[in-house]
Design a protein around this ligand. Structure first.
Ligand code: FAD
Length: 499
């Protein structure tokens, strides 16, 4: 039987950008015929089993898409719900200083205080964003607060988007109870009720004006079956929305040579919000593996030194990867898993033309990103401040990726400059990670420096739009999902207004 694959709107990707966009579009325009095309399998909360080794299947490349220079691994979701299926749910509004920059230097004038506040109030209510009570702080979160207090560093409480959370702590392996209010739980059920047709295991290879070329792959064992037989298909639509995430939206545009786009900015200005998860070893057992992983953070250094620190928790496999050393030293470290205090450092990297998503000869995504000297210095400073917090909180040892001495001991705290420096930051031994890639199809009112106009339409096309984190002109400097939702709402509201 020949399928009828003609739609009013096709949305590529079911993550934060794609599902939020579709939700807003269907609310305002219930009669539209919409297809959502998702390259990942159809999994729901019943498919998650809290086993690290199994659940890495939710991610691209089992959890780390390596940069070309092997210095950094990017975590992103390749499953229904995109990266919202395994995000932690830490909810930040975009900082005012970032929005000011986006308005003044990139023409995103729609981001008025009124629009941003009204939209985010509505979004946060819809997805249950709230502060977690103090009674939920596990020992890792308590120790972070105690250490920071001793050093006079103010700590703030994080906001999270959960409903009836059971504090199981497996957010990054998929929430088995559906408490996390990502797109799997909120927007996707709603848009399916509105009649949106969902095509999973369906990878968009290229787009043309009003056309999408896809390959449908077999559904992996244990996931829900496909809507169509495996094979190649052409879909048609009046409007095509690319929300395939930063690793893939720019790659689709670069592969789509039939569009004849001459825009040199496609894939460029990639920022990664590079992160290190670091550990101190405490004298006492720390039940960091119980309770909600993150309840507090400090932005004390954000404006002056371009980083912030969050509490964190990772599963044994990722923890082993994050800790420096080999053989006996590494084994010794891992034996102390139940005494580990964890801090995540997040660096605000500068937006630079040379950092980009590109494609190889087969059209596959290549992350071409080099950490600048400035970003390295930010990380070194962040490592020093986090080390002070570990020791102030009572840790006996600290393990660092940028130290010539591992582990650092309590007395070393007085000589951190001697032990922690850029020259000891060996990213081949302990690679950085990123879960917040941004940019690559940046939005702006100037087509010589941007890829999309301020309505998300790709310059030089009539029917192709972008609606995901690729739109960010610079790093948003906080966990990005709320800002992606804000832009998705805007693109949806304006889609049918433009010709
Ligand atoms: C482990 C982890 C923890 C995180 N924690 C937080 C947090 O606490 N707070 C926060 O703000 N952010 C967090 N993030 C980041 C946040 O999840 C992302 O910024 C956000 O999901 C990005 O939205 P997006 O729409 O750009 O892409 P995604 O949500 O990644 O969605 C892209 C979708 O497109 C699909 N796709 C890709 N290529 C194709 C193709 N060719 N054809 C069809 N479909 C395709 C993918 O499978 C995916 O489903 C976290 C991310 C990870 C990985």
């Amino acid at each position: 039987m020949k399928e009828n694959l003609s739609f009013d709107v096709i949305v590529v990707g079911s993550g934060v950008g794609g599902a939020t966009f579709t939700d807003y579009l269907t609310r305002e325009n219930p009669g539209l015929k919409i297809a959502m095309i998702e390259s990942g399998p159809y999994r729901t909360k019943e498919h998650f089993n809290q086993r690290e080794i199994d659940m890495t299947a939710l991610y691209y490349n089992r959890g780390a898409v390596l940069a070309k220079n092997l210095q950094l691994g990017i975590a992103a979701g390749n499953t229904l719900g995109g990266s919202s299926a395994m995000y932690t749910g830490v909810s930040f509004r975009p900082p005012k200083s970032v929005l000011k920059n986006w308005k003044e230097n990139y023409g995103l004038n729609f981001l008025t205080n009124d629009y941003v506040t009204k939209s985010l109030n509505e979004i946060e209510e819809d997805i249950s964003v709230h502060e977690l009570p103090k009674s939920w702080d596990n020992q890792n979160n308590q120790l972070f607060q105690a250490g920071a207090k001793k050093l006079g560093i103010p700590v703030k409480r994080l906001k999270i988007n959960t409903k009836n959370c059971q504090q199981q702590g497996f957010c990054n392996l998929g929430c088995t109870t559906g408490a996390k209010q990502g797109t799997l739980e909120v927007q996707i059920p709603r848009i399916l009720k509105h009649g949106v047709q969902l095509f999973c295991n369906t990878e968009v290879i290229t787009v043309e004006e009003n056309k999408v070329h896809v390959i449908v792959n077999d559904a992996p064992k244990g996931t829900l079956p496909n809507a169509m037989a495996s094979g190649s298909y052409e879909f048609n639509a009046k409007k095509i929305i690319l929300a395939a995430g930063v690793l893939n939206t720019p790659a689709i545009l670069l592969r789509s040579t039939a569009l004849r786009l001459k825009n040199k900015n496609i894939g460029r200005y990639l920022t990664l919000h590079p992160a290190f998860n670091i550990n101190g070893i405490h004298s006492k057992t720390i039940s960091n593996y119980r309770g909600f992983p993150k309840t507090v953070y400090t932005d004390y250094f954000s404006e002056t030194d371009d980083f912030y620190l969050e509490t964190s928790f990772y599963f044994p496999g990722v923890t082993a990867k994050n800790n420096p050393g080999y053989g006996e030293l590494h084994q010794e470290v891992m034996k102390n898993y139940d005494k580990m205090m964890s801090i995540l450092i997040l660096a605000h990297d500068k937006v630079e033309y040379h950092n980009r998503i590109t494609i190889d000869k087969k059209g596959k995504t290549v992350v071409d990103y080099t950490l600048s000297k400035q970003s390295k210095n930010i990380i070194v400073k962040a490592l020093k401040e986090a080390t002070k917090i570990f020791f102030a909180a009572g840790c006996e040892k600290v393990l660092l990726p940028a130290s010539n001495k591992n582990p650092l001991l309590k007395d070393d705290v007085n000589e951190l400059d001697k032990f922690i420096s850029e020259k000891y930051l060996n990213l081949y031994k302990t690679p950085l990670s990123s879960a917040h890639p941004q940019g690559g199809a940046r939005m702006g009112d100037n087509k010589t420096t941007a890829v999309c106009d301020i309505y998300g339409k790709v310059y030089g096309t009539n029917s192709i739009y972008v609606c995901d984190a690729s739109l960010f002109p610079t790093s948003v400097k906080v966990n990005p999902y709320e800002t992606i939702m804000l832009l998705a709402k805007w693109v949806a509201e304006n889609l049918l207004k433009s010709p």
